[in-house]
Write a protein that binds this ligand. Structure first.
Ligand SMILES: [Zn+2]
Length: 308
């Protein structure tokens, strides 16, 4: 019986960006310097593809247009090996710093470019640093207008840089039922939602915690989780820019050496597949999902109560 429960599928995802493109490095590495900074993303993605092939895992790669433009062969390998190609925006500009016209241009350009290079339809989008929340819910409508079918851009938790703790923890209908939003995987513990779907938390907590949390979501809540990580997280040799704050250093470099073995254990302990297959039902019929009031354009009252 428990073996059967353990077979629930979860989605494995990779946010394809280089180490210097993370939001926390914005004050330290200027965008104009990106083109003269040696790139490490392709080599790291190649290692990830090898790892996935070894474990027979298919995944979703949320890819920056900027990276795809420089490494089209890498994008084509992602597609050729049976993974899902999805969009992480053009150059990691956080959605909540963009005007609606800028956002529309960004997501449209990225989708068209990835489809051209990859030769496949792009249905999924993840905002840089989970930067869709209560202040820019219009972005979900823009994604549906641009032809995206799902988004994985909201973090239903409290964090200093992002988060919308009042958002549902599991897939919900956005853009008047035209788009499925599949939020970061969290577990409620001691009155707050804890991120158990990847990022710094996965490197901070002992692996046993992550395994326990994901099993709890699969078995007790009978829900699929999704996990995210970045190519730079399996690259302990990456250059370390000077001048980073202590908090950024802690978050970015913590336990990088432990990441790959932990990831391998995660690949063994759970069953994984692409976002578009794990959440196929939600993506095919978003109108049938739970629809929170804010996603129906009635979030004025909620915005006030959630502002604390
Ligand atoms: Zn990112």
């Amino acid at each position: 019986m428990s073996e059967q429960l353990d077979t629930r599928l979860n989605a494995m995802t990779v946010d394809v960006e280089d180490y210097f493109q993370v939001s926390a490095f914005e004050p330290h590495i200027r965008r104009v310097d990106w083109d003269t900074t040696p790139l490490r993303v392709q080599a790291n993605v190649e290692r990830i593809l090898d790892l996935f092939a070894e474990h027979d895992v298919k995944a979703t790669f949320f890819t920056l247009g900027w990276v795809a433009q420089r490494h089209p062969g890498m994008v084509q390998r992602i597609v050729a090996e049976g993974h899902e190609l999805a969009s992480h925006g053009w150059e990691h500009i956080r959605a909540n710093t963009q005007r609606p016209t800028e956002f529309a241009d960004d997501i449209g350009r990225t989708k068209a470019f990835l489809e051209d290079v990859g030769g496949v339809a792009v249905q999924g989008y993840r905002a840089a640093s989970y930067s869709i929340g209560r202040d820019n819910l219009w972005a979900l409508d823009a994604l549906a207008d641009a032809g995206y079918r799902y988004s994985s851009s909201i973090a239903p938790l409290r964090h200093d840089l992002y988060g919308m703790p009042e958002a549902p923890r599991f897939a919900f209908a956005a853009a008047s039922g035209r788009l499925a939003e599949i939020p970061v995987t969290t577990l409620p513990l001691a009155g707050r939602n804890i991120n158990c779907g990847g990022g710094g938390w996965f490197r901070l907590f002992p692996y046993a915690f992550s395994r326990w949390a994901l099993r709890r979501i699969n078995e007790r809540e009978q829900q699929s989780a999704h996990f995210y990580f970045h190519p730079w997280e399996i690259d302990p040799q990456q250059p370390r820019p000077v001048g980073l704050t202590a908090r950024t250093r802690f978050r970015h470099y913590l336990n990088l050496k432990r990441m790959q073995p932990r990831l391998q254990q995660l690949l063994v302990d759970f069953r994984w597949d692409r976002m578009d297959r794990v959440f196929a039902e939600a993506i095919a019929a978003p109108a049938g999902l739970q629809q929170p009031a804010f996603a129906a354009g009635q979030f004025d009252g909620l915005g006030g109560s959630a502002g604390a």
